[in-house]
Design a protein around this ligand. Structure first.
Ligand SMILES: C[S@@+](CC[C@H](N)C(=O)[O-])C[C@H]1O[C@@H](n2cnc3c(N)ncnc32)[C@H](O)[C@@H]1O
Length: 274
């Protein structure tokens, strides 16, 4: 995520100089993580991942419903709004993008307004607070956020409990093995070998930094990303692209034995209402 500051320039050069005011606004909000074509001016033309996330989206987009007419979409960790805008382009009736970072939200608002999608709503909200929305969405996008969280499974639990209505589009950076071990339903206490298998679900903890970014905390291998989705009550329909999953809200395993999302107890402060 830590992008080097890069000058904004037109990708094809054809419209350079046509929109100095817009160019200044884009530069003032930089650096950008999403490379979006704002009327000929690209917001992150030197992105370290290439045309990102456009290239990635084009690879998994065929797995998404092409017509979202009448549907509602929640884009969690919306950044500069690339996916929110793409969902609006597919006809979604309501698109809400949330992010914990005001500068990214400002980028998202500028992108949406410039492209004529003023009806996309962008709101500052942490993924842990999605319960405050009090609303379920037909499509929830949760891409590129899980590994930035100190409590990743809690976030998935909260999404499942409060906002997921049907489809979940999920992506996480993955590291380690891409193997999937066929994990048994249970093991004897003295059986330990399976923990050493590379295809066993593993969540790598980043105590310091990874890729120069102190906000990378937990990086799953493929088996773990998929197991976490299932464990929080999502059924994986398609691995649509490396690291991208199309899921549906489903029953949560062990739901009969207890709750998923935790709500830490805390003492009431003086004057605070219940
Ligand atoms: C790597 S970017 C991914 C952006 C976009 N979803 C994508 O896939 O291209 C991570 C985004 O998640 C946001 N984010 C990180 N922690 C968050 C949190 N706790 N709640 C909401 N958004 C968060 C960041 O501000 C950033 O915009």
């Amino acid at each position: 995520m830590n992008l080097a500051e890069s000058p904004i320039r037109s990708k094809n050069g054809a419209r350079d100089g046509e929109a100095p005011a817009l160019r200044e606004k884009i530069e003032a909000l930089g650096p950008w993580f999403h490379n979006i074509d704002l009327g000929g001016i690209w917001t992150a033309p030197d992105h370290f991942l290439g045309d990102y996330p456009g290239d990635k989206f084009r690879r998994f987009a065929p797995n998404l419903p092409s017509d979202l007419t009448g549907k509602s979409v929640l884009d969690i960790g919306c950044n500069a709004g690339f996916y929110s805008i793409e969902m609006k382009r597919r006809g979604a009736a309501r698109v809400l993008g949330i992010d914990s970072d005001d500068r990214y939200l400002a980028q998202a608002r500028l992108s949406a307004e410039t492209l004529g999608h003023e009806d996309i709503e962008f709101r500052r909200l942490d993924v842990y607070d999605v319960g405050a929305l009090g609303e379920r969405f037909d499509v929830v996008i949760f891409m590129g956020v899980l590994y930035h969280l100190r409590h990743p499974l809690l976030a998935l639990d909260l999404i499942r409990e409060h906002v997921a209505g049907d489809l979940l589009v999920f992506q996480s950076m993955q590291r380690g093995s891409k193997q999937l071990l066929d994990v048994a339903e249970d093991y004897d206490f003295n059986e330990t070998e399976h923990f050493l298998e590379s295809g066993y679900p593993k969540l790598h903890f980043v105590e310091r930094r990874y890729a120069g970014d102190w906000t990378n905390w937990w990086v799953p291998n493929r088996a773990c990303a998929e197991a976490m989705l299932r464990a929080s009550g999502f059924c994986i329909e398609t691995r649509a692209e490396d690291e991208v999953y199309i899921c549906r809200r489903a029953d949560r395993p062990y739901a009969d034995w207890g709750d998923a999302a935790v709500y830490p107890a805390r003492a009431k402060r003086e004057g605070e209402r219940a």
